[in-house]
Ligand binder design. Sequence first.
Ligand code: PNS
Length: 164
Amino acid sequence: MRTCVYPGSFDPVTNGHMDVIRRAARQYDRVIAAVLQNAQKAPFFSTEARMEHLRACCKDMPSVEVMSFEGLTVKFAQLTGACAIVRGLRAVMDFEYEFQLASLNRMLGPEIETVFFMTGTENMFISSSMVKEIALLGGEYRGMVPEAVFGQLEPAFAKKRRNP
Ligand code: PNS
């Protein structure tokens, strides 16, 4: 059984994340979407909410599990028996950070390969931070997030818009 871990903040999950999950599910027997419990960075959505959003989006994909983790991604990957860490790559803007992450992860756990999926052009400029910014400033972000979670995201953004 080939397992991969797809770690991220998923704050919130975007269409770009789902594209990566769907494509990873075609290559691996088991995909673990792993939500980082950000200790230093205060996320907009709680760990539980981010996991719930992902579960709602992945409910039709039986090989995808949603878990949370703290600490090193490599350690979590080793614990789950994963052979790979999956990440999405958008444009050149991601490259330096991802290259650093992948290289350090390989130093920490050489047996675990980092595998990149190129984002489709339609998701090239979508990021969780931009979704949050657009949503909180009252812009149209519906087409950037999975329809399955829009109804859960919008009330939280609307509340924050009312009480910034
Ligand atoms: O969605 P993000 O915020 O781009 O994901 C970043 C993530 C979770 C992949 C990265 O911050 C991470 O792996 N954090 C866990 C701690 C760790 O392993 N750091 C890297 C050491 S080289």
